[in-house]
Design a protein around this ligand. Structure first.
Ligand SMILES: *Cc1c(COP(=O)(O)O)cnc(C)c1O
Length: 361
């Protein structure tokens, strides 16, 4: 093999076309900036762009990422109101409305759409309407929801919508993107504390790339990742986004039904309405260590123990991209049945019925 990367060059036009494909995926006409790093890059860039001393943020915590956002907001000098709910449930629009009513100074809201780590998803359409009425800017972490469930950035009124390619898109982790509404650009441009001439600067990309007509890239493109992202966007377009979303919903429904029929493990998120289509989290019974159980499974299966303190009690089945098939759900259920000495059959039957009902419904 040649020691050189024998790849076609990635032109400014290619880069711009990929941004346009991302905009279509997000259902937005706002500017989309493709950021050359994992999704934590645009998430931190969005928060540091918008937050400053004197601003007040409502930080909705429904999983581990919300805690990270709160820390960034505080480090920007913002007042932070944390609204935390148990990680096996969703936040309601009413809870957000109450928090906003209690503190009229709130001018920024950070929210995670779906949480891959805990397997829950939040009702963004209703929450965004409440945030709009209050007049605050809304940042949405849609890394784990994009391509797994509807994401209507403009219809909902999301100002900063962040995605990554590595979850339901089935693509690369090394590039990510953020859409920035006109309101969000005004806010960031008016913020003296917003990063400038920095790797975290969205304003630099606006000035040197977007507003300059997207003809000259300010930095060398992350060519491998951009080619992978482009290929992944092409594949989603070829399959059709509704079909990709339906596969993830069906994989989640089938896994939940199958696990319930098997009996030993239970969905970590009890209410189906709160369950994220991107990954199904499971609770192991007392005495059955989730990490030990996961270690006995075929490492080729998309099953991993929960992170941090959840490693003892939670298993997570990822339905990322190509894994969102009935075949993979069946393989996972069979492996779990074998590892817990139970009969796989009832789980497989229930999973297939739920899969069919979901794709037909
Ligand atoms: C996966 C994920 C990210 C990306 O973070 P990683 O730590 O690289 O996996 C960000 N936000 C959410 C909600 C995610 O699920």
């Amino acid at each position: 093999m040649s020691p050189f990367l024998d790849l076609p060059p990635l032109s400014a036009a290619d880069f711009a076309a990929i941004e346009d494909q991302v905009a279509a995926l997000l259902h937005t006409t706002a500017d989309v900036i493709v950021t050359q790093g994992e999704a934590l890059l645009p998430l931190e860039a969005a928060i540091r762009g918008a937050a400053h001393p004197g601003s007040t943020a409502l930080n909705v915590v429904t999983g581990p990422y919300g805690q990270t956002f709160g820390n960034w907001l505080r480090s920007c000098g913002a007042e932070v109101v944390d609204l935390a709910v148990p990680f096996d449930s969703a936040v309601t629009a009413q809870q957000v409305a109450d928090a906003l009513a209690a503190d009229p100074a709130i001018d920024f809201v950070s929210l995670v759409h779906a949480e891959a780590a805990t397997g829950n998803t939040n009702p963004v359409a209703e929450i965004a309407a409440v945030v709009r009425d209050h007049g605050a800017l809304l940042m949405l972490d849609a890394v784990a929801s994009v391509a797994a469930e509807p994401l209507l950035t403009d219809v909902w009124g999301v100002d900063l919508c962040v995605i990554g390619g590595q979850k339901a898109m089935g693509g690369p982790a090394g590039v990510s993107a953020v859409s920035v509404s006109a309101r969000a650009w005004e806010r960031i441009a008016a913020n003296p504390a917003a990063p400038r001439r920095s790797y975290l600067s969205l304003l630099d990309w606006k000035e040197r790339w977007t507003d300059a007509g997207r003809t000259v890239l300010p930095h060398a493109p992350a060519q491998l990742e951009m080619l992978a992202l482009g290929a992944c966007l092409d594949r989603i377009a070829a399959d059709g986004l509704p079909a990709v979303i339906a596969r993830h919903r069906a994989a989640s429904a089938a896994t939940r039904a199958g696990v319930r029929a098997l009996g030993t493990l239970a969905p970590f998120v009890p209410d189906d309405a709160d369950a994220a289509p991107v990954a199904t989290t499971l609770r192991t019974p007392a005495g059955l260590d989730a990490a030990a159980l996961a270690a006995r499974l075929d490492p080729a299966l998309p099953i991993q123990p929960g992170g941090g303190p959840l490693a003892a009690e939670m298993l997570r089945i990822n339905h990322y991209g190509p894994a969102a098939t009935l075949e993979t759900v069946h393989s996972c259920l069979t492996a779990l049945a074998t590892a817990t000495d139970s009969d796989a059959k009832p789980g497989l039957v229930a999973a297939e019925a739920a899969w069919t009902a979901t794709v037909q419904g």
